[in-house]
Design a protein around this ligand. Structure first.
Ligand code: SAH
Length: 268
């Protein structure tokens, strides 16, 4: 991988966060990078309107998510494509949902390109977890309810069984309870039953929970419930991926406010 040829590359590579969906939540830096790109490698969760508005005519757009009709493109293939394009002198933008460094494999891509002698620039995006709670008018931290926030993945790499799950949900729950932390769980809908059971070892059953699907988009939906009804609430509301699960006392009052499940996008 450590080819010296790469040091002569005229191209560049930028990992760009496309935000949670609403095209107006892009940063100015993201817009400029997209406008400058000659090659764009685009993930599934990136809104089509972002490309329609900002990609230059003639830019090569490669969809590397499931949108192309097949299963998502293997990571190694994406990285090879990026390296080849940079070496050919292209201005490559890797467009990723939310923030590139929050559960987006952005870290792996930067490492692998660096091994190939290519330094990537990274442009932050608004991560889905942040947009999800803001859209409900709820702060992730509020000094009366939370001292901090944990972003955690609910996706166990090797399977959803407790034995293989690398996340110690019980320890996390106990810490969240004693240290007053809000939990923001990405990729957790499929494993919601397991997460609920484990978290109940350290957090009270009536801890408020919200599950927000398609945050910041016109078809955003959410359900507000309690930890002991997490899985049931998701099933009853028919919520599916992409969604984030938020757990914590900052959500107190949300259920009482009785926002409809498809309530408008509050601050976004
Ligand atoms: N880098 C992304 C996260 C990628 S992991 C970011 O910073 O947002 C993919 C997960 O992100 C999904 O399974 C879901 O949990 C969450 N997600 C992404 N977009 C979302 C959206 N618009 N609404 C709710 N959840 C979203």
């Amino acid at each position: 991988m450590n080819s010296p040829i790469s040091s002569f590359a005229a191209g560049s590579c930028t990992l760009v966060g496309a935000g949670p969906g609403d095209p107006e939540l892009l940063t100015l830096k993201a817009v400029k990078a997209i406008q400058a790109a000659t090659v764009l490698l685009v993930d599934d969760l990136v809104s089509e309107s972002i490309l329609a508005s900002h990609a230059r005519p003639g830019a090569r757009i490669v969809y590397v998510g499931k949108r192309g009709g097949c299963k998502s493109t293997p990571q190694a293939f994406i990285e090879r494509l990026m390296i080849t394009a940079v070496r050919e002198g292209e201005t490559v933008v890797r467009l990723k949902g939310g923030d590139p460094f929050i559960f987006g494999r952005g870290g792996e891509e930067v490492e692998h390109l660096r091994e190939a002698g290519i330094e990537c620039t990274v442009v932050n995006g608004i991560t889905a977890g942040l947009a999800a709670v803001t859209s409900l008018g709820v702060p992730l931290t509020h000094r009366d309810h939370a001292q901090g926030v944990v972003f955690v993945t609910g996706h166990a790499k090797t399977g959803a069984g407790a034995a293989e799950d690398p996340t110690d949900w019980r320890a996390l729950a106990a810490t969240a309870h004693s240290a007053r932390l809000t939990l923001v769980i990405y990729m957790g809908v499929a494993g919601a039953g397991h997460i609920e059971r484990e978290l109940l070892h350290g957090l009270p059953g009536d801890t408020p929970v919200a599950v927000v699907q398609h945050a910041s988009l016109p078809h955003q939906r959410h359900v507000a419930t309690t930890l002991e009804r997490l899985q049931a609430g998701i099933a009853e509301a028919g919520i599916a991926s992409p969604a984030v699960i938020v757990v914590g006392d900052v959500l107190r009052g949300l259920a009482a406010a009785a926002l409809p499940a498809d309530a408008g996008r509050f601050g976004t």
